[in-house]
Design a protein around this ligand. Structure first.
Ligand SMILES: [Zn+2]
Length: 210
């Protein structure tokens, strides 16, 4: 784990951190896959296979590709490539809620109103560039060489209500089973203990019962 001084120095100099870090990301659950709502800025240049790789996380480990330069091994200093994260879970829960409430689908593929949101705790591989967040959503964000999911938290939408039909309850259980097999990490319906969701007027937390 890096110290506050090391982090501060990396933010000032722009030099990458050479230590693995833990952080948070979010996805929409789409047909049993984790789908990132964020699109590469130059996605039109990618092949359809590469484009799919830039949205869908097929397994626990993720290696980003560069949308601009096929010779880049992300993250490259003066590029946008790499896998992004926030160090603060409540920022990610808040961003997921806000995007859904405002229907801000950055990938332009459309949210499905009833699809669950997923928040993950991950370990990020160095080198990691850190910088102050351009959109001022988070204090700082990281851009790393790769990521491994450690734990997933799924919004309440995955849980059928008590009065649901047996086949709907069975479908929800089989979806959870599929996710556990596919991503091989502990999965919790609801938010992590101790993570406060309320911030401003957005992100009511109604999808994330403790
Ligand atoms: Zn690049």
């Amino acid at each position: 784990m890096i110290s506050a001084e090391e982090l501060d120095a990396a933010l000032k100099t722009g030099d990458p951190i050479q230590t693995a870090m833990t952080g948070w990301r979010w996805w929409e659950l789409s047909d049993g896959w984790l789908r990132s709502p964020f699109q590469h800025p130059h996605a039109e240049r990618l092949s359809s296979a590469a484009l799919e790789r830039s949205f869908i996380w097929p397994r626990r480990e993720f290696r980003p590709i560069c949308p601009r330069n096929g010779e880049h091994v992300p993250p490259v200093a003066d590029c946008t490539c790499g896998v992004y994260f926030s160090p603060r879970p409540y920022d990610i829960f808040w961003a997921a809620e806000k995007a859904r409430e405002l229907d801000m689908d950055y990938a332009g593929q459309g949210f499905r109103p009833d699809s669950p949101l997923v928040v993950g705790l991950l370990e990020f591989k160095p080198p990691i560039y850190v910088y102050l967040d351009r959109f001022n959503q988070f204090g700082w964000e990281g851009r790393a060489a790769g990521a491994t999911i450690k734990r997933l938290f799924i919004s309440d939408a995955i849980l059928p209500p008590a009065h649901a039909r047996p086949e709907d309850k069975w479908r929800a259980q089989s979806l959870l089973g599929l996710l556990k097999t596919r991503y091989r990490v502990p999965i919790t319906a609801g938010r992590p203990e101790g993570v406060e969701l309320f911030r401003g007027t957005m992100g009511s937390g109604k999808r994330w019962a403790p």
